[in-house]
Design a protein around this ligand. Structure first.
Ligand code: GUN
Length: 290
Protein backbone atom coordinates (compact mmCIF):
# COMPACT_ATOMS: atom_id res chain seq x y z
CA UNK A 1 0.00 0.00 0.00
CA UNK A 2 1.34 3.43 -0.96
CA UNK A 3 0.38 6.36 1.23
CA UNK A 4 -0.08 9.33 -1.10
CA UNK A 5 1.83 12.23 0.40
CA UNK A 6 -0.08 15.37 -0.59
CA UNK A 7 2.04 17.49 1.71
CA UNK A 8 5.29 16.43 -0.02
CA UNK A 9 3.86 16.91 -3.53
CA UNK A 10 2.34 20.26 -2.59
CA UNK A 11 5.71 21.39 -1.19
CA UNK A 12 7.38 20.41 -4.47
CA UNK A 13 4.79 22.38 -6.46
CA UNK A 14 5.09 25.37 -4.13
CA UNK A 15 8.81 25.40 -4.71
CA UNK A 16 8.22 25.29 -8.50
CA UNK A 17 5.82 28.25 -8.17
CA UNK A 18 8.27 30.14 -5.92
CA UNK A 19 10.95 29.74 -8.62
CA UNK A 20 8.56 31.19 -11.20
CA UNK A 21 7.78 34.13 -8.92
CA UNK A 22 11.52 34.81 -8.46
CA UNK A 23 11.88 34.76 -12.23
CA UNK A 24 8.96 37.19 -12.63
CA UNK A 25 10.45 39.48 -9.97
CA UNK A 26 13.91 39.37 -11.55
CA UNK A 27 12.40 40.67 -14.79
CA UNK A 28 10.72 43.52 -12.89
CA UNK A 29 7.26 42.21 -13.75
CA UNK A 30 4.21 42.36 -11.52
CA UNK A 31 4.12 39.85 -8.63
CA UNK A 32 0.95 37.67 -8.70
CA UNK A 33 -1.69 38.92 -6.27
CA UNK A 34 -4.47 36.77 -4.77
CA UNK A 35 -7.31 38.31 -2.73
CA UNK A 36 -9.78 36.49 -0.52
CA UNK A 37 -13.09 37.64 0.91
CA UNK A 38 -14.04 36.02 4.21
CA UNK A 39 -17.56 36.67 5.51
CA UNK A 40 -18.20 36.02 9.21
CA UNK A 41 -16.02 33.81 11.40
CA UNK A 42 -16.88 30.19 10.67
CA UNK A 43 -14.03 28.14 12.20
CA UNK A 44 -13.41 25.97 9.13
CA UNK A 45 -13.42 28.93 6.75
CA UNK A 46 -11.03 30.88 9.02
CA UNK A 47 -8.58 27.96 8.93
CA UNK A 48 -8.82 27.47 5.16
CA UNK A 49 -8.34 31.16 4.40
CA UNK A 50 -5.41 31.41 6.85
CA UNK A 51 -3.75 28.49 5.01
CA UNK A 52 -4.32 30.20 1.66
CA UNK A 53 -2.79 33.48 2.86
CA UNK A 54 0.20 31.61 4.35
CA UNK A 55 0.71 29.68 1.10
CA UNK A 56 0.82 33.00 -0.80
CA UNK A 57 3.60 34.19 1.52
CA UNK A 58 5.51 30.94 1.05
CA UNK A 59 5.65 31.30 -2.75
CA UNK A 60 6.18 35.08 -2.77
CA UNK A 61 2.70 36.12 -3.96
CA UNK A 62 1.06 39.28 -2.75
CA UNK A 63 -2.16 38.56 -0.85
CA UNK A 64 -5.06 40.60 0.49
CA UNK A 65 -7.67 39.39 2.96
CA UNK A 66 -10.97 41.28 3.08
CA UNK A 67 -12.97 40.42 6.19
CA UNK A 68 -16.68 41.24 6.27
CA UNK A 69 -19.09 40.75 9.18
CA UNK A 70 -21.59 37.85 9.06
CA UNK A 71 -24.47 40.35 8.74
CA UNK A 72 -22.96 42.08 5.69
CA UNK A 73 -25.64 42.76 3.08
CA UNK A 74 -25.59 41.03 -0.28
CA UNK A 75 -25.29 44.38 -2.03
CA UNK A 76 -22.22 45.35 0.05
CA UNK A 77 -20.60 42.01 -0.79
CA UNK A 78 -21.40 42.57 -4.48
CA UNK A 79 -19.79 46.01 -4.21
CA UNK A 80 -16.60 44.46 -2.80
CA UNK A 81 -16.56 41.94 -5.66
CA UNK A 82 -16.99 44.68 -8.21
CA UNK A 83 -14.06 46.50 -6.57
CA UNK A 84 -11.82 43.45 -6.95
CA UNK A 85 -13.03 42.81 -10.52
CA UNK A 86 -11.93 46.34 -11.41
CA UNK A 87 -8.72 46.44 -9.38
CA UNK A 88 -5.81 45.89 -11.80
CA UNK A 89 -3.47 45.02 -8.94
CA UNK A 90 -5.52 41.89 -8.10
CA UNK A 91 -4.97 39.00 -10.53
CA UNK A 92 -7.43 36.59 -8.96
CA UNK A 93 -9.70 36.33 -5.94
CA UNK A 94 -11.97 33.98 -4.06
CA UNK A 95 -15.03 34.37 -1.88
CA UNK A 96 -14.74 31.70 0.81
CA UNK A 97 -17.83 29.48 1.01
CA UNK A 98 -20.18 28.79 2.68
CA UNK A 99 -21.79 32.22 2.94
CA UNK A 100 -24.43 33.22 5.51
CA UNK A 101 -27.97 32.09 4.63
CA UNK A 102 -29.23 35.58 3.70
CA UNK A 103 -26.76 35.78 0.81
CA UNK A 104 -27.45 34.11 -2.53
CA UNK A 105 -24.26 32.11 -3.09
CA UNK A 106 -24.84 31.55 -6.80
CA UNK A 107 -25.42 35.28 -7.39
CA UNK A 108 -22.10 35.99 -5.69
CA UNK A 109 -20.23 33.38 -7.75
CA UNK A 110 -21.69 34.79 -10.97
CA UNK A 111 -20.62 38.34 -10.01
CA UNK A 112 -16.94 37.34 -10.09
CA UNK A 113 -15.12 38.19 -13.33
CA UNK A 114 -14.47 34.74 -14.90
CA UNK A 115 -10.92 35.93 -15.72
CA UNK A 116 -10.26 36.44 -11.99
CA UNK A 117 -12.25 33.40 -10.80
CA UNK A 118 -9.28 31.36 -9.56
CA UNK A 119 -11.65 29.04 -7.65
CA UNK A 120 -13.12 28.02 -11.02
CA UNK A 121 -16.68 28.24 -9.66
CA UNK A 122 -18.14 30.68 -12.25
CA UNK A 123 -20.40 28.97 -14.82
CA UNK A 124 -18.09 30.17 -17.61
CA UNK A 125 -15.16 28.28 -16.09
CA UNK A 126 -17.30 25.25 -15.20
CA UNK A 127 -18.72 25.16 -18.75
CA UNK A 128 -15.29 25.51 -20.34
CA UNK A 129 -13.98 22.72 -18.09
CA UNK A 130 -16.86 20.45 -19.14
CA UNK A 131 -16.04 20.78 -22.84
CA UNK A 132 -12.28 20.59 -22.32
CA UNK A 133 -11.40 24.23 -23.11
CA UNK A 134 -8.70 26.10 -21.18
CA UNK A 135 -10.30 27.29 -17.92
CA UNK A 136 -9.69 27.84 -14.25
CA UNK A 137 -10.35 24.32 -12.99
CA UNK A 138 -11.61 24.32 -9.43
CA UNK A 139 -8.89 23.70 -6.93
CA UNK A 140 -9.82 20.39 -5.27
CA UNK A 141 -10.56 18.47 -8.50
CA UNK A 142 -7.40 19.92 -10.06
CA UNK A 143 -5.42 18.87 -6.97
CA UNK A 144 -6.79 15.31 -7.17
CA UNK A 145 -5.85 15.04 -10.85
CA UNK A 146 -2.36 16.37 -10.06
CA UNK A 147 -1.86 13.73 -7.34
CA UNK A 148 -2.96 10.99 -9.75
CA UNK A 149 -0.52 12.36 -12.33
CA UNK A 150 2.47 12.70 -9.99
CA UNK A 151 1.96 9.19 -8.55
CA UNK A 152 1.61 7.87 -12.13
CA UNK A 153 -1.65 6.11 -11.28
CA UNK A 154 -3.14 4.73 -14.47
CA UNK A 155 -6.83 5.62 -14.64
CA UNK A 156 -7.36 5.03 -18.37
CA UNK A 157 -10.17 2.51 -18.93
CA UNK A 158 -10.53 1.98 -15.17
CA UNK A 159 -13.78 2.16 -13.25
CA UNK A 160 -13.74 5.27 -11.10
CA UNK A 161 -16.56 5.74 -8.59
CA UNK A 162 -17.05 9.28 -7.31
CA UNK A 163 -19.10 9.44 -4.11
CA UNK A 164 -20.81 12.83 -3.97
CA UNK A 165 -22.09 15.19 -6.66
CA UNK A 166 -21.20 18.65 -5.30
CA UNK A 167 -20.44 21.49 -7.70
CA UNK A 168 -17.09 22.00 -5.97
CA UNK A 169 -15.71 18.44 -6.02
CA UNK A 170 -17.79 15.43 -7.09
CA UNK A 171 -19.28 16.79 -10.31
CA UNK A 172 -16.11 18.44 -11.71
CA UNK A 173 -13.75 15.57 -10.79
CA UNK A 174 -16.11 13.11 -12.49
CA UNK A 175 -15.89 15.21 -15.65
CA UNK A 176 -12.11 15.57 -15.57
CA UNK A 177 -11.49 11.84 -15.14
CA UNK A 178 -13.84 10.85 -17.96
CA UNK A 179 -12.31 13.34 -20.40
CA UNK A 180 -10.09 12.27 -23.27
CA UNK A 181 -6.91 13.26 -21.50
CA UNK A 182 -4.03 12.02 -19.34
CA UNK A 183 -4.96 11.44 -16.59
CA UNK A 184 -8.46 10.70 -17.87
CA UNK A 185 -10.25 8.20 -20.10
CA UNK A 186 -11.75 6.56 -17.00
CA UNK A 187 -15.21 5.01 -16.88
CA UNK A 188 -16.83 7.16 -14.23
CA UNK A 189 -19.85 6.47 -12.04
CA UNK A 190 -21.16 9.19 -9.74
CA UNK A 191 -23.04 7.90 -6.69
CA UNK A 192 -24.89 10.01 -4.13
CA UNK A 193 -27.43 9.94 -1.32
CA UNK A 194 -30.20 8.58 -3.61
CA UNK A 195 -28.10 5.86 -5.25
CA UNK A 196 -29.31 2.29 -4.92
CA UNK A 197 -26.73 -0.49 -4.44
CA UNK A 198 -24.05 2.04 -3.51
CA UNK A 199 -21.95 -0.59 -1.71
CA UNK A 200 -21.97 -2.96 -4.72
CA UNK A 201 -21.05 -0.14 -7.10
CA UNK A 202 -18.13 0.88 -4.85
CA UNK A 203 -16.97 -2.74 -4.69
CA UNK A 204 -16.57 -2.75 -8.47
CA UNK A 205 -14.40 0.42 -8.40
CA UNK A 206 -10.72 0.48 -9.33
CA UNK A 207 -10.61 4.04 -7.97
CA UNK A 208 -12.88 5.57 -5.34
CA UNK A 209 -13.06 9.32 -4.82
CA UNK A 210 -14.96 9.97 -1.61
CA UNK A 211 -16.38 13.50 -1.39
CA UNK A 212 -19.57 13.44 0.65
CA UNK A 213 -18.50 14.96 3.96
CA UNK A 214 -19.58 11.97 6.02
CA UNK A 215 -16.69 10.86 8.26
CA UNK A 216 -15.68 7.22 7.92
CA UNK A 217 -18.42 6.51 5.34
CA UNK A 218 -16.32 4.22 3.12
CA UNK A 219 -15.79 0.94 4.96
CA UNK A 220 -13.52 -1.99 4.08
CA UNK A 221 -16.49 -4.07 2.84
CA UNK A 222 -17.11 -1.45 0.10
CA UNK A 223 -13.56 -1.61 -1.28
CA UNK A 224 -12.05 -4.03 -3.79
CA UNK A 225 -8.59 -5.47 -3.04
CA UNK A 226 -5.97 -3.23 -4.73
CA UNK A 227 -8.26 -0.21 -5.24
CA UNK A 228 -7.00 3.39 -5.26
CA UNK A 229 -8.68 5.55 -2.60
CA UNK A 230 -8.80 9.34 -2.74
CA UNK A 231 -10.37 10.81 0.39
CA UNK A 232 -11.66 14.37 0.05
CA UNK A 233 -13.53 14.50 3.38
CA UNK A 234 -12.42 17.01 6.00
CA UNK A 235 -15.00 16.94 8.77
CA UNK A 236 -14.06 18.32 12.18
CA UNK A 237 -14.75 15.68 14.83
CA UNK A 238 -14.39 15.96 18.59
CA UNK A 239 -10.95 14.96 19.84
CA UNK A 240 -10.51 15.83 23.52
CA UNK A 241 -6.87 14.69 23.36
CA UNK A 242 -5.90 17.54 21.00
CA UNK A 243 -5.20 21.15 21.99
CA UNK A 244 -8.00 22.47 19.77
CA UNK A 245 -10.46 19.77 20.92
CA UNK A 246 -11.07 18.61 17.33
CA UNK A 247 -9.34 16.84 14.50
CA UNK A 248 -10.07 16.34 10.80
CA UNK A 249 -11.61 13.05 9.74
CA UNK A 250 -11.95 11.90 6.15
CA UNK A 251 -14.84 10.15 4.40
CA UNK A 252 -12.90 6.87 4.50
CA UNK A 253 -12.54 4.55 7.49
CA UNK A 254 -8.76 4.68 7.02
CA UNK A 255 -7.62 1.95 9.42
CA UNK A 256 -9.84 -0.76 7.95
CA UNK A 257 -9.59 0.37 4.30
CA UNK A 258 -5.86 1.14 3.97
CA UNK A 259 -4.61 -2.49 4.12
CA UNK A 260 -6.77 -3.36 1.08
CA UNK A 261 -5.58 -0.50 -1.15
CA UNK A 262 -2.83 -0.02 -3.68
CA UNK A 263 -2.81 3.75 -3.00
CA UNK A 264 -4.63 5.84 -0.38
CA UNK A 265 -4.63 9.51 0.63
CA UNK A 266 -4.52 10.29 4.36
CA UNK A 267 -6.59 12.99 6.07
CA UNK A 268 -5.01 15.39 6.82
CA UNK A 269 -2.03 15.55 4.45
CA UNK A 270 -3.61 14.08 1.30
CA UNK A 271 -5.92 16.12 -0.92
CA UNK A 272 -6.11 19.19 1.38
CA UNK A 273 -2.62 20.61 0.71
CA UNK A 274 -3.14 19.99 -3.03
CA UNK A 275 -6.25 22.18 -3.06
CA UNK A 276 -4.22 25.14 -1.91
CA UNK A 277 -1.43 24.69 -4.47
CA UNK A 278 -4.03 24.39 -7.24
CA UNK A 279 -5.37 27.77 -6.17
CA UNK A 280 -1.83 29.18 -6.34
CA UNK A 281 -1.36 27.67 -9.81
CA UNK A 282 -4.61 29.25 -10.99
CA UNK A 283 -3.48 32.60 -9.59
CA UNK A 284 -0.19 32.34 -11.46
CA UNK A 285 -2.16 31.55 -14.63
CA UNK A 286 -4.44 34.56 -13.99
CA UNK A 287 -1.42 36.80 -13.50
CA UNK A 288 0.04 35.64 -16.81
CA UNK A 289 -3.28 36.29 -18.56
CA UNK A 290 -3.79 39.82 -17.19
N1 GUN B 1 -15.20 26.23 0.81
C1 GUN B 1 -14.77 24.95 0.81
N2 GUN B 1 -13.87 24.76 -0.19
C2 GUN B 1 -13.76 25.94 -0.82
C3 GUN B 1 -12.96 26.38 -1.92
O1 GUN B 1 -12.21 25.62 -2.54
N3 GUN B 1 -13.11 27.68 -2.26
C4 GUN B 1 -13.96 28.52 -1.61
N4 GUN B 1 -14.05 29.79 -2.04
N5 GUN B 1 -14.70 28.15 -0.60
C5 GUN B 1 -14.59 26.87 -0.20
Amino acid sequence: MVLIDGKKISDEIKSEIADEVKNIASKGEKIPHLAAILVGNDGGSETYVAHKVKACEQVGFQSTLIRLPSDVTESELLKQISGLNNNPSVDGFIVQLPLPKHIDEQKIIEAIDPNKDVDGFHPVNVGRTVIGLPAFISATPAGIVELIKRYQIDVSGKHCVVIGRSNIVGRPVSILLSQKNTPGDATVTVVHSRSKNLNEICLSADIIIAAIGSPGFVKANMVKEGAVIIDVGTTRVNAPETKSGWRLKGDVDFDSVAPKCSFITPVPGGVGPMTIVSLLKNTLLAAKKQ
